[in-house]
Design a protein around this ligand. Structure first.
Ligand code: SF4
Length: 434
């Protein structure tokens, strides 16, 4: 069912609606129908007498049963419904094998360029001057193009977090842009405008910046630096071999710690590099039903935890990010199983930190998620416009999540730093002090 079908139905039930009123009711009807699998006449019965206000209130109550009474009306976001089938995600399983590889002239003789030629002999190779735009017009076809380049500007920065959120002092080196997984909530689908996978060949220049920088350590024993903001830190490591440079670099700097953040099980490079106490291999984890239905192409929870156990044996510490936590019927039980599975897989004293963050997204990302994954279930939850312009579950639901997770995690992992990610400072205060 698309916007036109809903408009047609509304034209019968409520004839003469203006554009804005039509937009709001189409949006509400669509979201309820998607969530409940219910036909339109069941949601807004034709035989009843409606006016716009009455219909909108009726639909808001149905769409937001938890928050309808308490949330201000302007927190319900009701944009135009635009579903473009051409933008749908391609969920056909396939290996990562770019059709075209662009290599910037300045890095054509680097080991990374040589490795890429060897790994993808059937790809079309082109040299580029670094100024020409490359990539597919389509986000869903981004993995068809690989660009090996020299990063010139964006080496090291504090984690941007969210403008008004409580920060955790994280620092980032952006080693790569683009990912081969298809997580339905991934912000890259709205953020990435060059539809290709970009891998820099000058990792040593990133690392050189670290020695001259000063860092905030936040609530941790040492400053934390990580990669994996615009890609998964390890998913391409068999190609990039960044781990072979990063691990020895940090091993020689025990006053710092580095985090690889991944959902992959691509740990060969880490195992080859040997362990380091101040290098943390962190896994984003979730309830297994969420992994199965919304983190397409990623390894299962058990596979991730088996990889975590191996890197711990090799001398690394590990960490976990419950991010994004999704609220659905039975979420507590499913997440408790994930916590239990982690505790079984790795010794608690090797878990350096655990973060928890509920699903949040920008308004633009919401539209991208619904058009790329029209059968997705993540957006069925009640998301409201929040303090920083992003959309989140209402405060009550988020507090319930954190008040469930934080004591549980502190009990199972008593020496591990547990923190909330991208949260309202008031929520952090309420959870940590209350
Ligand atoms: S693993 Fe991370 S970067 Fe890759 S698709 Fe999922 S959320 Fe995006």
């Amino acid at each position: 069912m698309g916007p036109v079908d809903i408009e047609n139905y509304l034209s019968v039930v409520l004839p003469g609606l203006g554009i804005n009123k039509m937009r709001e009711l189409v949006r509400l009807l669509y979201e309820i129908a998607q969530r409940d699998g219910a036909p339109l006449p069941q949601i807004l019965p034709q035989e009843e007498k409606w006016n716009f206000e009455k219909a909108k209130t009726h639909l808001l109550k149905k769409r937001y049963p938890v928050n309808f009474k308490t949330a201000a009306r302007n927190r319900f976001y009701l944009p135009k419904l635009e579903l473009d089938p051409a933008l749908r995600a391609d969920l056909t399983p396939r290996p990562f094998y770019p059709k075209t590889v662009y290599i910037e002239e300045s890095v054509q003789n680097t080991p990374l360029a040589a490795r890429v030629r060897e790994l993808f002999p059937k790809a079309r190779f082109e040299l580029t001057d670094g100024k020409t735009q490359v990539g597919s017009p389509h986000f869903s076809r981004r993995t068809e193009t690989l660009l090996i380049h020299r990063e010139k500007y964006d080496f090291l920065k504090p984690c941007p977090c969210s403008c008004a959120a409580a920060g955790c002092g994280y620092n980032l080196i952006n080693l790569g842009f683009g990912c081969r997984f298809e997580c339905e909530y991934c912000f890259l689908q709205q953020y990435q405008n060059l539809h290709a996978v970009l891998l820099p060949a000058n990792v040593e220049e990133f690392l050189a910046k670290i020695d001259t920088a000063s860092f905030n350590k936040g609530p941790f024993d040492r400053p934390r630096i990580g990669s994996g903001e615009f890609t998964d830190s390890l998913v391409f490591d068999h190609i990039t071999q960044y781990s072979q440079q990063i691990v020895p670099f940090f091993r020689a700097r025990p006053h710092l710690q580095f985090e690889f953040k991944t959902k992959s099980v691509n740990i060969e490079g880490l195992l080859q590099a040997g362990g380091a106490e101040n290098v943390v291999a962190a896994w984003s984890v979730n309830a297994q039903p969420v992994i199965q239905t919304a983190e397409h192409f990623t390894p299962s929870l058990q596979e991730r935890l088996a990889a975590a156990a191996e890197v711990v044996k090799a001398g690394y510490r590990t960490a976990f990010h419950f991010d994004p936590v999704i609220v659905y019927d039975g979420w507590k039980q499913d997440y408790a199983q994930t916590v239990e599975a982690i505790a079984q897989a790795v010794p608690a004293d090797k878990v350096a930190w655990i973060s928890v963050g509920t699903l949040r997204f920008s308004r633009e990302l919401k539209k991208m998620m619904e058009t790329r994954f029209p059968n997705g279930k993540l957006l069925d939850g009640e998301f409201l416009l929040d303090f920083d312009g992003k959309m989140r579950y209402g405060d009550g639901q988020r507090l319930e999540v954190y008040r469930y997770f934080v004591p549980l995690l502190k009990k199972v992992f008593p020496k591990t730093v547990v923190y909330l990610c991208m949260e309202d400072p008031q929520v952090v205060k309420a959870v940590c002090q209350g």
